[in-house]
Design a protein. Structure first.
Length: 308
């Protein structure tokens, strides 16, 4: 007991008021606090990097998906335009060939009638040898042929003008429908980009708020770190539980965002299917209108031929 007493007196006189055991304990405590702070900062930085990489990958995947869908819709639209243009060209060629064949038949009939009338006139002139009667008949025949040619040309011009007007009306209607479809597609794409930008902004705001909360927790922990090691451990356990709950909440938010994105994609696909059905119906109506117009023209042409 005396040796211990004199040793304590000698240690106080040698080292001062702080004993080597207390200094060693204080040094170990500070080393432990610095090590724990460095590990905590490193863990936070790694977690933030992982979250940012996941967000970048998700954003790139959404952009690539939207670009692929727009490119596929554009290819389908271009293919539809090409098919319709080929059908229109083939129909125009058939109509041109039909008009040429009809004109040739009319010309052959006119030539036969003309040759027959010329042969009858020559026979009559040879029989009668009357120049006056021949001149009168020839003038009347020329007038009739001229009137017949004028009637044929007028009917051809009228039929061509009607077909050209019908073609112009159908083309204007088709161009109008294509413009409306392009406007709808652009509106849908703009709405999707706006929604994606809004979601990314909300996620960034949530991430900043999360960082601020983490910083506040770190400051609170540094303020209370001067107390006992047991209280520091309890505070660290509470903060770890809070982070675990926030991670679970973040995963729930990601799942909900994925469900909302899937629902939006389904809604856009449904709208696209409705637009395709409407386009097919409009094309069928245009074809039926054109067929009815052709039937009416054929009906009037047959009636005119029967009257002639």
């Amino acid at each position: 007991y005396l040796e211990r007493k004199f040793f304590c007196l000698w240690a106080k006189m040698t080292f001062g008021q702080v004993l080597p055991s207390k200094a060693r304990c204080f040094y170990d405590q500070k080393i432990l606090q610095k090590t724990f702070g460095g590990w905590k900062k490193q863990w936070t930085v790694c977690r933030e990097k992982q979250l940012s990489l996941r967000a970048d990958n998700h954003y790139r995947y959404l952009l690539l998906n939207l670009i692929f869908k727009a490119w596929r819709a554009y290819l389908c639209q271009q293919q539809g335009k090409r098919n319709k243009y080929c059908v229109a060209e083939s129909h125009a060629k058939k109509q041109t060939l039909l008009r040429t064949w009809q004109h040739w038949l009319v010309y052959v009939d006119v030539q036969r009638t003309r040759h027959g009338m010329q042969s009858v006139a020559l026979a009559f002139r040879e029989r009668s040898c009357l120049r006056i009667s021949w001149a009168v008949w020839r003038r009347q025949h020329y007038q009739k042929c001229s009137g017949h040619k004028m009637n044929i040309l007028a009917l051809q011009h009228w039929a061509q003008s009607l077909q050209f007007r019908a073609w112009l009306q159908w083309r204007e209607l088709y161009l109008h429908t294509q413009d409306e479809k392009q406007k709808d597609t652009r509106a849908v794409t703009h709405h999707q980009h706006w929604e994606l930008r809004r979601c990314v902004g909300a996620w960034l705001g949530y991430l900043n708020l999360h960082r601020v909360k983490k910083r506040q927790n770190e400051l609170a922990q540094e303020f209370h770190r001067s107390r006992t090691l047991r209280r520091c451990f309890s505070d660290w356990q509470l903060s770890w539980e809070c982070r675990r709950r926030m991670r679970a909440h973040g995963r729930d938010l990601e799942k909900q965002a994925a469900r909302i994105a899937l629902w939006r994609v389904f809604a856009h696909w449904k709208h696209y299917v409705v637009l395709c059905v409407e386009e097919a119906q409009q094309c069928e109506l245009a074809e039926e209108h054109y067929k009815c117009h052709l039937l009416v023209l054929q009906k009037y042409w047959n009636r005119w031929k029967s009257r002639l």
